[in-house]
Design a binder for this molecule. Structure first.
Ligand code: SAH
Ligand code: SF4
Ligand code: F3S
Length: 464
């Protein structure tokens, strides 16, 4: 079936749902609660699911207690993420007992792992619908079958390599929005489950991306983040070959006052052309999220990352030279199987050399079915936790120095939210948060802030 026919069929299911959901839940607009775990890719998927729920006549709610339909969109990237889902699904039992008509559904990356889907099916008999990342576009049909059928439904489908355009989207934010430019991942880093649960890498047509960006800007979005597991390999397999720097430049050419960010950049594919495009386009955030994972070439090889520290530093040095007020962030894994004290010291050395703005730090978590899970790992969790502590202390001192150097300077900021009564969170173009006094009407607008004080983690300032 073509993509268009498939989506037409889903529209028919949506119409059917509009008729039967009010009867089943005795409410004109049954309430749906959607909770998202994991990365922005999942957030973007949830925004589509919410769009489909709304089209089916549901009203979205933030309170699970009042929901008729509860859906968790899950993440499988680390054990901790999975444990939270198991715990929270367990806690739904009481709600289901109180309200037997409640429909509980689980989707997302965890559900693409057979052993997990089976465990859920066995352990939580009150979950009636389980579906994976490859069948999200068929959500209306799945929901219809779950509501009308008597049997529980597990639908995992397989990666068909297609991109489904034209799904409705309910965006969570009104001035900051996510825009997926590609799906899946082909890199198979040896520790990572993502390629196993998200399928092969495929890019959206550049025109689709640009149209969506244009629509978002026209409806008032001030910051658009382009999403992909490795945006730097965007465009592979497209008929009209478009590189990521080219796409970025074309989005930046759209008229209007807005910022563009993107994530994530894999260092193996980060080019000088990308850095040049960022440096030359004031609308593109001077922010590079460039995960290095480890400072040891030996570990990088075991991770199948396809770059070494020399190549990483080459791109970092070029970016620092070219991009004014560059914010550089990264992901790092501590305790990859067999990581020695010496390997770890090389990670610290890299952190000292680069002086990242901030770091996302993870203790290695074995993922069933990945090559690293079978590698010998003589170090204990205590060893790894101690290393993590040392790394965090180092980064803290670097961050403190960085934020201190911002005091006295003025920055253009986007006012994002209220931190507390009378205080707003303003974010710089490089993604750094400054607390400023101000009233909530300013949320969603660009302002200028002067940084007056640097605390341990927070910058304070005032609007100019
Ligand atoms: N595609 C992105 C990362 C997606 S996952 C990239 O390649 O940069 C986000 C981060 O989670 C990774 O960068 C990595 O640091 C971390 N991560 C992934 N798998 C992990 C695992 N098994 N254990 C610990 N951290 C992991
Ligand atoms: Fe995982 Fe590597 Fe793909 Fe990132 S690039 S999603 S870390 S396999
Ligand atoms: Fe998690 Fe899936 Fe993202 S595993 S990190 S939600 S792609």
């Amino acid at each position: 079936m073509s993509e268009i026919d498939l989506l037409e069929k889903q529209k028919e299911y949506t119409e059917l749902l509009r008729d039967i959901l009010p009867l089943r839940y005795s409410a004109e607009h049954p309430k749906a609660f959607v909770h998202t775990y994991g990365c922005q890719q999942n957030v973007a998927d949830s925004e589509k699911i919410k769009g489909m729920l709304e089209q089916a006549g549901c009203e979205l709610t933030e309170e699970k207690e009042e929901a008729d339909i509860i859906l968790f969109n899950t993440c499988a990237v680390r054990e901790h993420a999975e444990d939270r889902v198991f715990g929270n699904v367990g806690a739904l039992k009481a709600l289901k007992r109180k309200k037997p008509s409640l429909l509980i559904a689980l989707c997302g990356c965890m559900m693409e792992q057979e052993h997990i889907a089976e465990k859920i099916y066995k352990s939580f008999p009150y979950v009636s619908l389980v579906f994976g990342t490859h069948v999200i576009h068929r959500f209306p049909e799945l929901l219809y079958n779950a509501v009308t059928g008597s049997k529980r439904l597990i639908e995992r489908g397989s990666d068909d390599g297609r991109v489904y355009e034209g799904l409705p989207v309910h965006r969570d934010g009104s001035f900051k929005g996510w825009l997926p430019i590609m799906y899946g991942c082909d890199n198979f880093c040896t520790y990572c489950i993502v390629p196993h649960v998200r399928g092969r890498e495929r890019s959206r047509q550049p025109e689709m991306v640009i149209d969506e960006a244009r629509n978002m800007i026209a409806s008032g979005y001030k910051e658009i983040t382009l999403l992909g597991q490795n945006v730097n390999s965007y465009g592979k397999g497209l008929e009209t070959k478009t590189s990521f720097p080219e796409l970025l430049r074309r989005v930046a050419e759209i008229e209007g006052d807005f910022w563009i960010s993107f994530m994530t950049s894999h260092p193996k594919d980060a080019s000088k052309e990308l850095i040049d495009v960022i440096a030359d386009n004031p609308k593109i955030s001077p922010h590079l999220h460039l995960p290095f994972q480890s400072g040891s070439d030996r570990i990088l090889r075991l991770m199948n990352r396809h770059y070494d520290i020399e190549k990483y530093m080459e791109i970092v040095d070029y970016a620092k030279k070219r991009i004014k007020d560059l914010a550089l962030t990264s992901d790092v894994i501590v305790g990859f199987p067999g990581e020695t004290e010496e390997d770890f010291q090389q990670t610290l050395e890299l952190i000292r050399r680069v002086e990242f703005t901030s770091l996302f730090t993870f203790i290695y978590s074995p993922r069933q079915g990945t090559p690293a899970a079978k590698m010998p790992d003589p170090y204990t969790h205590e060893d790894k936790a101690r290393r993590m502590g040392e790394l965090l202390r180092l980064q803290e001192s670097i961050s403190a120095r960085r934020t201190a150097s911002m005091v006295g300077r003025q920055y253009r900021v986007l006012i994002e939210e209220q931190a507390r009564e009378g205080i707003l969170n303003a974010r710089t173009h490089g993604g750094i948060v400054v607390e400023v006094p101000g009233s909530p009407e300013l949320i969603g607008s660009f302002m200028t802030a002067e940084v007056t004080e640097a605390g341990n983690f927070i910058l304070r300032g005032r609007l100019v």
